[in-house]
Design a protein around this ligand. Structure first.
Ligand SMILES: [Zn+2]
Length: 133
């Protein structure tokens, strides 16, 4: 059973503000926490019967997960030269998808952390919304 894990960063354990994810701030700390959250999902997937796990790093430059700390049983898709963005490599061979570290949609959940939809820069203004779909 193949499991696909798409990981974002805004919903990772401990993230409470966008400034924490800026390179000059606590970014390195949250890379480590992101990798730990993804490792927990990988562990759960294998405990639940997965035979193969593919992880897609889906935040910012899409090179956040620390490969040297990633569970070696998983394959990692890293880097931003992609066609399918946060779902690069997905196909019908996967039995399920986990979303780790995701955030609420723009204008959606009032209890969400760093709510936005895809590129917040693109979707924040409603007049640009049509360009994001
Ligand atoms: Zn993100």
């Amino acid at each position: 059973m193949k499991i696909y894990i798409s990981a974002d960063m805004e919903g990772i354990s401990g993230v409470a503000a966008n400034m924490q994810l800026k390179k000059e701030s606590e970014y390195q700390r949250f890379r480590r926490l992101m990798t730990a959250d993804v490792n927990a999902a990988i562990k759960g997937a294998f405990a639940g019967g997965a035979t193969e796990v593919v992880v897609c790093d889906g935040h910012g430059n899409m090179s956040n997960i620390l490969i040297e700390e990633l569970d070696p049983r998983a394959q990692l898709i890293s880097g931003n030269n992609r066609v399918m963005c946060q779902m690069e490599g997905i196909d019908d061979s996967f039995a399920g998808v986990f979303f780790v570290g995701y955030h609420g949609r723009e204008g959606g959940s009032e209890r969400g952390v760093i709510n936005h939809t895809l590129s917040g820069q693109c979707c924040r203004d409603s007049h640009q919304w049509a360009a994001c779909r």
